[in-house]
Design a protein around this ligand. Structure first.
Ligand code: AMP
Length: 217
């Protein structure tokens, strides 16, 4: 069974690789960022509460995020594996997952870390365009959609994320180095961590991921 966490700084390619892994291996793709964006778009109470934090690049509280993920992973579609993207992002979140994961039969058994130098991240974020409907990610310079401004997968108009601006990106990158990067040591110590070079061409990356995941399935 593949109970996977996908990690990496903003712009490393988590969303792109998550989409491929989830399709290729039939795993539900659970992205906390997508869940928060959906809540904000729907104008729900949760959405209004977190809007300023998310748009400014800050982190939503550990308690709220962990409770949301616990509820989502408890659902039947995660019983045969899942792919978590964007959670955990802090040590308290990893500790919460280490407790509730086994409790609900969803213990993590693999952590994929995508590494990428800062200058590449900055260029990718500046050119990133996303589909608000299906979550697919494109880049105006390096990963253009077939038709300019339109999602290849569902035909919706692409947008630039509100937090993909220079000041929010700086906050997100600082948060990554301060709060999320320490998780690499946490998972390395537990023998779960597999790191990949996020600057590899897409096809090479997919071949490497495929070899790892087929070996673990
Ligand atoms: P992402 O799509 O993963 O880049 O997430 C977008 C934003 O959602 C982040 O910048 C945070 O504001 C919020 N967010 C997503 N996942 C988490 C998390 N695990 N903990 C706290 N905030 C999160």
């Amino acid at each position: 069974m593949l109970n996977i966490i996908l990690m990496g700084p903003p712009g490393a390619g988590k969303g792109t690789h998550a989409k491929w892994i989830s399709t290729e291996f039939g795993l539900p793709h659970i992205s906390t960022g997508d869940m928060f964006r959906e809540a904000m778009n729907s104008g729900s109470e949760l959405g209004n509460k977190i809007k300023d934090i998310v748009n400014g690049g800050g982190l939503v509280s550990d308690e709220l995020t962990s409770a949301l993920v616990k509820e989502r992973l408890s659902r039947p579609d995660c019983a045969n594996g899942y792919l978590l993207d964007g959670f955990p992002r802090t040590i308290p979140q990893a500790e919460a997952l280490a407790l509730f994961g086994p409790e609900i039969g969803r213990e993590v058994n693999l952590v994929i870390d995508i590494e990428c130098p800062e200058d590449v991240l900055i260029a990718r974020i500046a050119g990133r365009r996303v589909c608000p409907k299906c979550g697919a990610s494109f880049n105006v310079n390096t990963m253009k959609p077939k038709t300019e401004g339109i999602c290849d997968y569902c035909g919706s108009p692409l947008i630039q994320r509100k937090d993909d601006n220079a000041s929010s990106f700086k906050v997100r990158l600082d948060n990554y180095f301060k709060s999320t990067e320490p998780l690499l040591a946490y998972y390395r110590e537990r023998g779960l961590l597999h790191s990949f070079d996020g600057t590899l061409p897409l096809l090479n990356m997919e071949a490497e991921l495929s070899a790892l995941l087929k070996g673990k399935r």
